[in-house]
Design a protein. Structure first.
Length: 309
């Protein structure tokens, strides 16, 4: 992981840029967040997290190059406001509130930009009832959410944003202005806490089950029983929402579990063949081909890298 931290300017707490070369590095790139990531797409993973800490406000910008499954819980005693953009400077596809205390699943699309602001829960003064859910800012005009997202982008830009971050007076005022705007959205009646559409909810249920299920539950029938959804429905929703079959998603899960095990077991004398077998792979050549196709490296290379530390 490559990190570049800019010294404080004015009242600026911290500016941090991290280039991540694995999902494991991405998972720890946002201090205070409880997160885990897993690839849903083949290829070499690259990601980036930019963090800007100011008094009473923290801003984040997160990107990945591959479709990725993310499970997250927000920092304790903080409320998160998020914006999803199709790409840098692209239209805001979704904006809302996240107050997830238990881990929630999320599918992160390649080249999508996630912008997040967190503010202390106490700043709301107990005036706003906040559920433990995602909630959409359906009542806020797209022009307003787009303008806010643009402001985040300017502040977080590694090069151009330095002009703003190094101005002590701006740094003193910016958190107050941003927080006031975010709080006005939260205090305005009309933001929606409705459950997401059924298809999206089924995907979240499936990803949540996959994360917690024992490794011996590997079939579509297991997934149907574990989520309470019909097998045919799960197959259809995987094709429609994830652009992959349920069977491939289950294979991807096993490959991610193997990789995580190899990374953790690097210093314990583990053998690739044993780890693969424990996750249901019996044909070593086919397993290695699957693994290399998906992670762009051989399982033995993952294990060697883990042993080097």
């Amino acid at each position: 992981m490559r990190t570049a931290t800019q010294p404080p300017a004015g009242q600026l707490g911290c500016y941090d840029f991290r280039a991540c070369h694995s999902v494991d590095e991405q998972a720890v790139a946002m201090p205070g967040w409880e997160q885990s990531y897993a690839q849903l797409q083949e290829g070499r993973f690259e990601g980036a997290v930019i963090r800007l800490e100011m008094p009473g406000l923290a801003l984040y910008r997160e990107t990945v190059t591959l479709r990725t499954e993310n499970h997250f819980a927000d920092p304790e005693d903080r409320v998160a406001v998020y914006f999803r953009r199709s790409h840098a400077r692209g239209a805001v596809m979704e904006a809302g509130l996240s107050r997830a205390r238990a881990q929630r699943p999320f599918v992160f699309e390649p080249n999508e930009v996630i912008l997040i602001a967190t503010i202390p829960e106490e700043s709301l003064g107990g005036q706003v009832p906040l559920p433990d859910v995602w909630a959409g800012f359906d009542h806020v005009p797209r022009l307003a959410t787009g303008a806010m997202a643009d402001w985040f982008e300017r502040l977080l830009d590694p090069a151009a944003g330095a002009f703003y971050r190094e101005d002590a007076e701006f740094v003193r005022l910016a958190p107050k202005i941003l927080q006031d705007q975010l709080l006005s959205w939260l205090e305005t009646p009309g933001w929606s806490c409705a459950r997401p559409p059924r298809a999206r909810q089924m995907v979240r249920d499936l990803l949540a089950w996959l994360r917690g299920a024992p490794i011996d539950l590997v079939s579509g029938a297991d997934a149907a029983q574990g989520t309470g959804h019909g097998l045919a429905e799960l197959r259809a929703v995987c094709r429609a929402e994830l652009d992959m079959t349920l069977e491939r998603l289950l294979l991807v899960r096993r490959l991610n579990l193997v990789r995580s095990t190899l990374i953790r077991a690097g210093d314990r004398g583990a053998r690739v063949s044993e780890v693969a077998l424990h996750h249901g792979f019996t044909h070593w050549g086919r397993f290695s081909a699957h693994y290399r196709w998906f992670f762009n490296e051989l399982p033995s290379e993952t294990l060697r890298a883990a042993r080097r530390g």
